[in-house]
Design a protein around this ligand. Sequence first.
Ligand code: 5GP
Ligand code: MN
Length: 342
Amino acid sequence: MDTQKLQALLKGQSKNIVIVTHKNPDGDAMGSSLGLYHILKNAGHNVHVITPNDYPSFLKWMPGEKDVWRYEWTKSRSHKTIMGADMIFCLDFNDISRIEALGAEVTASKAIKVLIDHHLTPVVDVDYTYSDDNMIATAEMIYHFAQKMDMLEFLDKDSATCIYTGILTDSGEFAFPKTSAVTHYVVSELMKKGVDNYAVYQHIYMSFAQSRLLLLGKSLSNMHIFSEQAAVCMTLTQEELDAAGFKKGDTEGFVNYGLTIKNINVSCIFIENKSEGIIKVSLRSKGNFSVNEMSRQFFNGAGHINAAGGQLPTTDMQYAVSRFKEAVEYYKDAILASNEQK
Ligand code: 5GP
Ligand code: MN
């Protein structure tokens, strides 16, 4: 389907539209989904946002958030709504497995499907793809998409606030390399719509639970430093999570702290999930070293060049650390060469 045809559909009569995003939604998943939700609603469509599962409480203030359905809690009404949808938007994921059981529903639906995403090499079967891995956030793409669809008139303070939140969180507060002049232009346009940047910051970064700080302390004190390979890894066992009173979202961003050490180019955190029998892996890098590649080779995962994730099918933390040691030894030269200051 070409852009003109999609524009005609969206500017035509009211449609039943479903927006889905990836499991364990983050600020960008929620920001892009709710940003688009408000724009499409303002354009007269009937819109539902459905996430695979619940999201952290630091996102539970976003405009429209109370209308979001979690598929795991709303299977039968989600099923009916997805089957009755005219259009489905897939946001912020590149592989249908990232939405788990919700994927089978989306695949079975006869709706026209649109993918908007900034991950590498999308492989989702859709009618219209807007994919750009140079974009800092899917939320920024929602702004460009609205422009492409000639729908910027429907961008209001609520949608702008959601899009801003997605950009803020996925860009590491405008610090990551893919933050561009265009990103800042978009932010400027969003702020003209009335985004309260201070309020958003308070909601996202100044509203942590005590358990988060306890776990941050724990993960930092558990840090293994591999200075010869310019890498660090942190760990949190289920026992440590339970003792601190872990809540969803508490450990978001911990992995970035490893990179704040001078001359460390790769950081990793392993977090045990006893009920699933796995250890979840998060990886970050400085410079051009690809943790996406490392995750594919060593941790059954994928992601972006500087941010990737995966998992190990074990709860043996010692094994996880030894696997990391093996990985950073394997990539040692590339890690050391990464982020060389010009
Ligand atoms: P995070 O470390 O924040 O969980 O994930 C960083 C990025 O890695 C995500 O944006 C996502 O693209 C990717 N990612 C995380 N976990 C997985 C995983 O288990 N499988 C795959 N394929 N990608 C993942
Ligand atoms: Mn994203």
